[in-house]
Design a protein around this ligand. Sequence first.
Ligand code: GTP
Ligand code: MG
Length: 195
Amino acid sequence: LFAGPVDFFKGVVAMDGLPPADRTEVCFAGRSNVGKSSLINALTGRNRLARASNTPGRTQEINFFTLGESRYIVDLPGYGYAEAPVAVVEKWQRLLKAYLAGRQTLRRAFVLIDARHGIKTVDEDILTLLDKSAVPFQVVLTKADKVKAKDQDRVLAQVRSALASHPAAFPEMVLTSSEKGEGIATLRAIIAGIV
Ligand code: GTP
Ligand code: MG
């Protein structure tokens, strides 16, 4: 699936700008700066397809990328802290939630969690929204290259126990590093099996 062409399709700022629901899709959600755009670049092998940055709040639109002829891969704006004006952030948070709750062709939401920090309150809010909307989701731990071996098991246990109370959650998590390539092939295979 990822061997074929991947292209930027559209940046969406309002629900009425969403592309027609004529392809299946997966999306990447998570706190600002958790590594969503970087992960899309790692998955597609295209370094600058999605714009990544050290500044939280880099992605401010819902970005659709075409994966072959019949799928989209979707990069979302982050939630939580962002270095952008409050009114702007509120607008994209509403859009993000409307998208997650109401996109018929969304096959799975990947919720990215920093492997150093585990699940926070802002993440819980999104996981609950996904439960209520019956959107199956799977946690992807990011920045594995930055987590110390001694902390890894503790964070994994925290995430596993938090997921137990979310009916829409897949129990399996994927540990990734966009920097080092860890977990990328695994995640590609998971996506190929869904869309
Ligand atoms: P927003 O669009 O602002 O919500 O952020 P995002 O979730 O798209 O994060 P982005 O991909 O822009 O990455 C944020 C920062 O984390 C960048 O400086 C990346 O280089 C860095 N980063 C992302 N993934 C990794 C990783 O696996 N390892 C390390 N060490 N850094 C990473
Ligand atoms: Mg981004």
